[in-house]
Write a protein that binds this ligand. Sequence first.
Ligand SMILES: NC(=O)c1ccc[n+]([C@@H]2O[C@H](COP(=O)([O-])OP(=O)(O)OC[C@H]3O[C@@H](n4cnc5c(N)ncnc54)[C@H](O)[C@@H]3O)[C@@H](O)[C@H]2O)c1
Length: 325
Amino acid sequence: MKIISKSEVQKIINMTDTLEYVEKVFVEYAAGKTVMPPRPVINVEDHHGSLLIMPAYIPGSQALGVKVVSVYPDNRAKNIRTIFAMLVLNDASTGEPIAIMDAEVITAYRTGAISGVAAKYLALEDADTVAIWGAGVQGRQQLVAICAVRKIKKIFVFDVNPPGRDKFVEEMKALLGIEVVGCDNEDEAMSQSQIIITATTSATPIITGKKLQPGTFISAVGGSTSQKQEIPEHIVGSATIIVDGYGAALKDAGDLLIPISKGIITEKSVKGDLGEVVTGKVKRSNKEEIILFKTVGLALQDICVAPHIYKKALEMGLGTEVSMS
Ligand SMILES: NC(=O)c1ccc[n+]([C@@H]2O[C@H](COP(=O)([O-])OP(=O)(O)OC[C@H]3O[C@@H](n4cnc5c(N)ncnc54)[C@H](O)[C@@H]3O)[C@@H](O)[C@H]2O)c1
């Protein structure tokens, strides 16, 4: 069995491949061919953290495995990363574990990729400006993915931590080669942006700007447990809602569950899932429609990428061979 470290995964993974794998797996998901039981979430309340166990089997690519991921927002204040994740990849024909790989980087890429795939189908074709809340680990790959599917010219960045935001702005400018600005004025950013990304660790709604532009596409990435909200309820109540997967979102998305519990929306307010979007069953209806894509993350997104990482590690001579016997 191979142990593949974070730095080794980083040498292998790229957004172009990840977008392709994630889009492809949602076609298989839409056909009902994938196996993905609901993920157990353990809330570790005394430490404000959670542990998620995410298994999946994807027959088309014979990908079988499980990701274990922890999310501890308070870690940031201790200078420890918020998310730790590892993935066990099994041989689908024998069940034998063939690799354990760090999945922190995989998580960031596949979470970026799902926003990228959703934006490819649901954002306005000519969208060229993005506003992002959350200058963290997810935020980076969110922007890389959006820039891969739309010709983005300008990005506004919001974060409660101005020094962290300014560092992020400099990094993203260098990485993307476009205009990236740190911003405090939400109304100014929202009046120019056709794409909004929220990728914060906040447990309560974050956007305070007054007016969304007609046609805005929002990808709500943070708040992926049932008690957390990132998106203000007036936006949830007025937007067309698309989710990554019905079962997962209606179990874990506080952004939907809390407004449902208050009668602001119902489960029926969800117009479609990403499988229906990539197979053309659900589409943007017009250029004015505001679309809220809520993702809590599906194991399929991780497991679809893992065999590629394993294969490339073998080809590139990466990873450490260990014996389990
Ligand atoms: N949907 C998914 O599949 C998925 C996958 C991974 C992570 N997540 C979630 O994404 C979120 C971000 O994860 P990360 O790894 O980037 O964390 P991170 O700690 O690296 O970054 C979070 C950023 O959000 C900022 N922030 C916190 N509250 C804010 C607020 N009110 N307004 C603006 N900025 C604020 C922090 O200062 C920080 O820069 C977490 O909630 C995590 O659970 C979701």
